[in-house]
Ligand binder design. Structure first.
Ligand code: ADP
Ligand code: MG
Length: 392
């Protein structure tokens, strides 16, 4: 990996470019063309932050950024993997996928998928793989799930494995949780594997049921600007764990299985039963955020995309004031986007860095981008320009 923690700017590039890079990389490394190419996209969460581990609701959508795996079978129960982000390949055999953790570094995401498939009783053929990606690594747009999703699709097809789409996210999540050792929820893998174009994925994290909600930005003349804040991730792991513990303790105090079980209408009564102001604010974030996801879904179902703006902005205020997971760069980007006419803006992802998303008129992308750049310069923050992504 050149620098897994802080990669260079993403290269959105023309459609197909990343696919070509994967195929060309395969040919270059292995001296023959691949048997096929498989892709999975990056994702952003439209709304519903820190609700997943509270058994609540999230609403991710996919981005026009993809990880592509070019692959072909290889004899002898061995796997060879090249990524354009790394100078050297990762190679492993059956012995390394009989138990988690035997392959480390970025190759663990690939070995984890092989392990999870085998552990579920599937036959996985040996394979050669070459990986290219436009999804920025470590920015919270889920390059890890995109890698897992693309590798899983490749191995399932090459091996003729019968694994329906609805069972794939759980398997990819197991690769990341149990093999790589990163404790993520089910959102990322569900989003990259199950989202449909022009839709957001309404996911109930308790039941894992999903519903495809219309979210056709282009048809409405709108765009979502996703902005990498470039804020260094400060203490993100410890802060995440402490928020999670607060929520679990609050649920116990309130006598519910998870904070999802506190209805918005019962919030005041629940808060009155908690002594500690910080805990009250944590609970208020989760309960109101779940409700904001439900309200967003209702508006989108009614075709009222613009009207979700205030919910996005309210979500940001809740993360900033009640859950306390934003940082100055992020707050600055959100404020600047709103001043420049965004319908709504919020941090997306776990917090303490990562990306901001803003709902804007499609023709306002340059103006909003410029406003953020100016606000950053005024505060001496690093210029976020090279890592901007423009979407429908
Ligand atoms: P993200 O928010 O991007 O998912 P993570 O820390 O969860 O951040 O995952 C990033 C890690 O996933 C990288 O450090 C690397 O190990 C692995 N990864 C993602 N994409 C690639 C790729 N194209 N090639 C190699 N490894 C990758
Ligand atoms: Mg990830």
């Amino acid at each position: 990996m050149t620098d897994p923690a802080r990669p260079g700017p993403a290269r959105p590039g023309p459609a197909g470019e990343v696919t070509d890079r994967a195929a060309a990389g395969f040919l270059h490394r292995y001296g023959e063309p691949p048997a096929g190419r498989w892709a999975a996209p990056g994702r952003a969460n439209l709304i519903g932050e820190h609700t997943d581990y509270n058994d609540g609701f999230v609403l991710p959508f996919t981005l026009p950024l993809r990880t592509v795996v070019a692959a072909a079978p290889q004899d002898g129960g061995r796997w060879t993997v090249w990524s354009e982000l790394s100078d050297s390949p990762v190679e492993f055999g059956v012995a390394e996928v009989t138990a988690p953790g035997r392959v480390t570094g970025w190759g663990a995401y690939v070995a984890g998928v092989v392990w999870a498939l085998r552990d579920a009783g599937h036959h996985v053929p040996g394979a050669r793989l070459a990986i290219a990606s436009d999804v920025p690594v470590g920015s919270g747009l889920s390059s890890s799930a995109a890698l897992e999703g693309a590798v899983l699709a490749a191995l399932v097809d090459l091996g003729g494995v019968d694994l329906p789409a609805e069972r794939r996210p759980r398997l990819a999540q197991r690769a990341e949780n149990a093999y790589v050792g990163v404790p993520t929820g089910i959102m990322d893998q569900s989003a990259v594997i199950r989202c449909r174009p022009g839709h957001a994925l309404f996911l109930d994290c308790r039941t894992e049921s999903v519903e495809h909600i219309p979210f056709d930005l282009a048809a409405a003349g709108l765009a979502v600007l996703v902005i990498d804040s470039r804020a260094p991730h400060r203490h993100a792991g410890g802060e995440y764990a402490s928020r999670r513990t607060s929520c679990e303790q609050a649920a116990e105090l309130l006598g519910v299985a998870a904070l999802r079980d506190v209805p918005a209408a019962g919030l005041d009564e629940a808060l009155a039963r908690l002594d500690d102001d910080e805990t009250r604010r944590r609970v208020r974030h989760v309960v109101t955020e779940d409700q904001r996801v439900l309200d967003t879904v209702e508006l989108l179902r009614a075709g009222r995309i613009r009207d979700i703006g205030p919910l996005l902005t309210a979500s940001h205020a809740s993360m900033r004031d009640d859950f306390e997971i934003t940082v100055p760069e992020i707050d600055t980007a959100v404020e600047a986007a709103l001043s420049a006419g965004a319908y709504g803006a919020r941090m997306t992802g776990g917090g303490f860095g990562g990306c901001v998303l803003a709902l804007i008129d499609a023709d306002r992308a340059d103006a909003v981008t410029a406003a953020i750049t100016t606000a950053y310069a005024a505060r001496n923050f690093p210029t976020p320009t090279p890592t901007f992504h423009r979407l429908p």
